[in-house]
Design a protein around this ligand. Structure first.
Ligand code: ATP
Length: 308
């Protein structure tokens, strides 16, 4: 793709957008609309997708990077839905070429599709000179999916409703994470269905309490208190569908991590380390145990979708 703008036409806009992890994910009962009420604490971490948008004759999608072959190239791609939604809202033409470079694992429980949608909103807003504020973009983001508004803001935030109602959380200390990326993904709706099934049995998994302990631990400098309170109600359901995750979680702790959990609906697992050097050692140990496809280190919180 040409990086040089044609004379008289706006040039390509490049946006970098982070993955999210859920430090706390409490799942309530299914609602009438089929969604579950959630209380979650998101953190944006330094694992990124990149989205480049430029004018074109029609809407074109290109996806590169890891897992690109599993990403739809039709109107079901969340980035395409973002273009249509913003074009309709602002009266612009949706004729753009979007090139996505995936660094966030596809169907990995890290909201990669939502990240691309958020990045596309930011990129089209700049390309079309709409001048919408982040709060205005967040209104369109919430219509696209529960995790899309968070990918716009980044940082650390408490999410309620379907996860789309956000309030920022004070979390000044940088945390260091080790990310175990699995082979293949898990479908988020399947994981929620599995949780409902497990909860209807006579041995339902325990429910996570409120997020207060997690919010307190985030205000502490030390990482160990935080490791003790990371919780995810979807974890038993993800393990039930993918029993090998039990071994991955154990391997993270064997490798010296302070604690870990399945990220969102999985199958990615995230582990907390003391600092950057410790994260590299845990990552090396985890790689050697051969329990996942790839191991990465990352830090958070980082800002949300930004033009670069
Ligand atoms: P969720 O956000 O539902 O928790 P996830 O983080 O587990 O999902 P995603 O990478 O967002 O996983 O992808 C979930 C599914 O969404 C994919 O299997 C794919 O079919 C579809 N999808 C649509 N648009 C995209 C996109 N831009 N990138 C990745 N997947 C996409």
């Amino acid at each position: 793709m040409s990086e040089e703008p044609l004379p008289g036409s706006p040039g390509p806009v490049r946006v970098r957008v982070p993955a999210k992890i859920n430090l706390h994910l409490a799942v309530g009962l299914p609602r009438d609309d089929g969604y579950h009420d959630l209380t979650t604490v998101y953190q944006a971490i330094s694992l990124y997708d990149e989205v480049v948008v430029e004018p074109a004759a029609g809407l074109e999608l290109v996806v590169n990077g890891e897992g690109a072959e599993d990403v739809p190239l039709d109107d079901s791609n969340l980035a395409a839905r973002a273009v249509y939604a913003l074009a309709e809202r602002t009266g612009r033409s949706p004729n753009v070429r979007i090139v996505m470079r995936k660094g966030i694992p596809v169907a990995g429980g890290m909201a990669g599709g939502s990240a691309d949608a958020a990045a596309t909103l930011v990129a089209c807003d700049a390309l079309w000179a709409c001048g919408l504020s982040r709060d205005e973009l967040a209104e369109t983001a919430a219509e696209l999916g529960s995790d899309v508004p968070f990918a716009l803001y980044g940082g650390t935030a408490l999410g309620t409703g379907r996860g789309e109602r956000l309030s920022p959380v004070l979390a000044r200390t940088q945390r260091h994470w080790v990310i175990a990326i699995a082979n293949g993904g898990l479908s988020t709706p399947d994981v929620f269905k599995e949780l409902d099934r497990l909860r209807s049995t006579d041995r339902p998994p325990p429910r996570t309490a409120g997020a207060d302990a997690l919010l307190r631990a985030l205000r502490e400098e030390a990482a160990t208190p935080l490791a003790k309170v990371i919780a995810n109600d979807l974890q038993p359901a993800a393990i039930s569908l993918r029993p090998s995750l039990r071994r991955t979680l154990a391997a993270g702790v064997e490798s010296g991590a302070l604690g870990g959990a399945v990220s969102g609906s999985g199958p990615t697992c995230v582990f907390l380390a003391e600092d950057g050097d410790h994260a590299v050692r845990v990552a090396a140990g985890l790689s050697g145990l051969g329990v996942c496809r790839t191991v990465r280190t990352a830090y958070g919180p980082v800002p949300g979708a930004r033009v670069v």
